[in-house]
Design a protein around this ligand. Structure first.
Ligand SMILES: [Fe+2]
Ligand SMILES: [Fe+2]
Length: 209
């Protein structure tokens, strides 16, 4: 039998944990001190749909960061991404708890989102740090755009979901700034468009599935 590299085992273990295990948060949950609001069944369903999209987005973020870490060359850049990546795990935990509080569940397609994003991360990492970090910054910016649209769409009284999304937004903005500060390049427009298209596929599907 061929020897299996350690990094492959570590990554497979991380993938399984991201998709199937419960994530934990070191920081307090942003909605911990907020009471659950009165919501109709339709409002709850809508909030859960949006939080499921956010959760799947965080699964993608995990995969992306792990894929990039595997191929990133500059140790300083890799180090800078560790903190961002840790915060993505917290986002995963916050969205997951919010989903369960709303009486809902995670997307059944998470393994698929994970695999696709991991591949993209490896590819971006292989292109060199400048593009790797540029890809990351653009991803974070697009996520920020999604979070803004969710803040506009979430039920007005759902302060718990809002608190989670607000804190994630603050973090994602910082992640983009970190990537730029470490030399991330501005991506060509067609690449940005392709990224928007593929994230649309994920967000539209994860809302229901
Ligand atoms: Fe995140
Ligand atoms: Fe992020």
């Amino acid at each position: 039998m061929l020897p299996i590299p350690d990094s492959l085992i570590v990554n497979f273990d991380k993938a399984l944990r991201t998709v199937f295990a419960r994530a934990v948060s070191r920081r307090p949950y942003p909605d911990a001190k907020i009471d659950e609001a009165e919501m109709s069944e339709a409002e709850k369903r809508h909030a859960a749909g949006l939080m499921r999209v956010n959760h799947s987005g965080e699964v993608c973020a995990q995969a992306l960061y792990q894929g990039q870490a595997l191929t990133a060359r500059n140790p300083e850049a890799a180090e800078a991404l560790v903190e961002a990546s840790d915060q993505e795990t917290e986002h995963l935990a916050w969205c997951e708890r919010r989903l369960y509080d709303l009486g809902s569940r995670k997307s059944v397609l998470n393994p698929l989102w994970y695999a696709g994003s991991f591949g993209l991360g490896v590819l971006a990492g292989a292109l060199g740090d400048k593009w790797n970090l540029g890809f990351l910054a653009e991803t974070e910016r697009q996520v920020e755009g999604h979070l803004n649209s969710h803040l506009a769409s979430l039920p007005e009284q759902d302060a718990k979901s809002r608190a989670v999304v607000e804190q994630m937004k603050v973090d994602e903005i910082k992640h983009a700034e970190t990537a730029i500060a470490h030399g991330g390049a501005d991506l060509p427009l067609p690449v940005k468009m392709a990224m928007k298209l593929s994230s649309k596929l994920m967000t539209r599907t994860a809302y229901y599935l």
